[in-house]
Design a protein around this ligand. Structure first.
Ligand code: DGY
Length: 330
């Protein structure tokens, strides 16, 4: 008998078929977002789950399903998984790093540019039929080329954004990170390490790429926004909760910073309603990794992880991108 697995959200049907070759698959083509109670119930009898960031795997879910061996996220971020609780119960967790780095860096840079150059704000003006004449100061924004790009969180995606800024747009790149990068990596993306205070003070365009954790909760709140230039922009492609959205909405309304670009939100898909009332913010629905090629690569990697974690396929017992490899159950 094949082991049973759950695919928690709708995903490319041919990739679900790859899983069916090894497993008895319960999938979710209707793409229902399960409540916690539904998730617990759907996991009954399942040895593994192909997950997305929208389900939370905590001690309660794990204790209700002690047969579960692997949680394989189709995302690089894994703040939806209590990894310590999984490790304590011998549940392997995996994510999908690398395959989305360049696509996500493209998007972060695009969102920063759209924010600096007021692309959506001016498009909305045009669509409302308000464009009647040319004016010298109509939708004037901040330059991107030659400006100072500040990056908070200098992992793979942050480095990708740094390279785009330095090599493509002649930007001066400064970054702050938990730990300083090795000199060769800094040189490769022409980036200089600075304190968080200097980052906030000197950046013309601040891009947030730091993973969400208790330590990064509200890393950017009212006190940090107060340290930024009034002409600066802030772009968040990391996770909701890294930025205090209420404080940001207030800073935008009071023009204490020029503009923001947000792909992620506290409590998404709900938004802080104040963000919808300010014109100087570009809002997108958590799509930084959303190209067909990259979403397919992420789904295939999550499937490879699940297949290997449960002891099948060419990498049996050695899932390619584990988070807590020591937890691999026999
Ligand atoms: C990730 O991979 O963590 C993205 O935010 C999900 O699309």
């Amino acid at each position: 008998m094949k082991p049973a697995v759950l695919v928690s959200r709708a995903v490319f049907p041919d990739i679900v078929d790859r899983l069916r070759a090894h497993f008895d698959v319960e999938d979710n083509p209707q793409d229902r977002v399960f409540t916690k109670a539904e998730l617990i119930q759907r996991l009954a009898g399942k040895q593994g789950v192909f997950a997305t960031g929208s389900e939370r795997f905590d001690a309660e879910v794990l204790d209700a399903n002690p047969q579960l061996k692997a949680v394989c996220n189709m995302a690089v971020g894994y703040n939806n998984i209590d990894v310590d609780a999984c490790s304590a119960r011998g549940v392997l967790c995996t994510n999908t790093p690398d395959v989305l780095t360049e696509t996500t860096a493209d998007f972060g840079f695009a969102l920063m540019m759209a924010t600096a150059r007021r692309i959506t704000e001016s498009e909305h003006f045009l669509r409302r039929g308000e464009w009647k004449k040319w004016s010298y100061d109509m939708f004037t924004g901040g330059d991107v080329h030659g400006a100072t790009l500040g990056i908070l969180g200098m992992g793979r995606i942050g480095q990708g954004i740094a390279r785009r800024g330095a090599l493509g747009f002649g930007m001066k790149v400064i970054y702050h990170n938990r730990s300083r990068l090795a000199p060769d990596i800094e040189a490769g993306c022409r980036a200089s390490y600075v304190s968080k205070e200097a980052l906030l003070r000197d950046a013309d365009h601040l891009v947030i790429v730091v993973p969400y954790s208790a330590a990064s909760h509200h890393a950017i709140g009212a006190p940090e926004l107060a340290q930024m230039k009034r002409s600066a922009t802030l772009t968040n492609i990391a996770r909701g909760g890294v930025v205090d959205d209420a404080a940001l909405a207030q800073a935008l309304a009071e023009r204490r910073i020029a503009a923001a670009g947000l792909d992620v939100f506290e409590g998404e898909p709900a938004l802080n309603p104040a963000l919808l009332t300010v014109p100087n913010v570009v809002l997108t629905p958590h799509i930084a990794s959303a190209t067909i090629a990259t979403r397919r690569a992420m789904a295939n990697l999550a499937a490879d992880n699940l297949i290997a974690a449960l002891g099948f396929g060419p990498q049996a017992g050695h899932p390619p991108t584990p988070i807590n490899a020591a937890a691999l159950k026999g």
